[in-house]
Design a protein around this ligand. Sequence first.
Ligand code: SAM
Ligand code: SF4
Length: 333
Amino acid sequence: MESQLTDSFGREITYLRLSVTDRCDLRCTYCMAENMTFLPRKDLLTLEELDSLCGSFIARGIRKIRLTGGEPLVRRGLMEFIKNLSRHRESGALDEITLTTNGTQLSKFAKDLKANGLERINVSLDSRNPDTFLKLTRRAALDNVMRGIDAAQQAGLKVKINTVALKGTNDAEIPDLMIWAHERGMDMTLIEVMPLGEIDEDRVDQYIPLTAIRDQLKERFTLIDTPLKTGGPARYVKVAETGGILGLITPLTNNFCAGCNRVRVTCTGQIYTCLGHGGKLDLREAIRGANPQEDLSALLNLAMHQKPEKHNFDISDRGAAPAVARHMSVTGG
Ligand code: SAM
Ligand code: SF4
């Protein structure tokens, strides 16, 4: 292996989140505007280029790759891409390939995902109430998502539910959503909404700190702190009454950057070393140039040098511009 990717704060970078498309079949109100201008298709890296890019990262010590988007399952050819990528798992160079999805297409792809070596996936679901789901995602796709979750579990994939807590929209439903997830053997992780990208609503109206949700849950459940660590930003509690695990991701109320082990790459080959900063480097030129491996490795060294110590989100000013102009669907959640 070439030298391990390590940033200037001594953090080893072993986790790549790769956004394979910025497009999506939903329009979650906290993620996107209804009318989005997506990247021109010609700017996208081909699946071959994405594969070779992954190879370069793996050569520098990346051990886990999460495919995300936009909605990763809308990218054509993704199953073939995953199948190819799984050779790195079989060789032992990679510990895990995984995926974050909105679940709408899962009933079609769950079996293939499992057959291609995925063990666990995250499904984002903010409500099981059809009206709330429609309001939140602007699309009537709840039935598809439910069928998708069924199919994933039937295929033997371990499913974790990701839920963004939204004031006045799904906050009251979170306890029931958690019970449902835990009864089905799925862990659940709650996320604070982050100020990423221009949307049609004001984030002040969406934001609720997870401290408030935790207080609400504590009225009905016993939350036992656990030392469980998955290398990510979540803190975990065990819920005594359900026996399930609840993760809490608190980018606003509790900064967790000290343990950051990840970088993000977009579908056009831009590397972002922090979700909360604008700094990026263009890897596409290097991939398409004469010395891709050498040039990429040099750019990755530069990226390590540029990775900031931490993000600094704030949602307190009505009408404020987002902390970062790009949407989560571009960088990959
Ligand atoms: N479309 C897929 C999905 O929804 O799972 C993958 C991409 S999506 C950008 C990844 C995760 O980011 C989802 O769980 C979504 O809820 C979350 N997300 C999107 N915008 C967010 C924001 N502004 N703040 C917090 N989480 C956000
Ligand atoms: Fe699409 Fe995921 Fe963003 Fe919702 S959160 S609009 S499903 S990319």
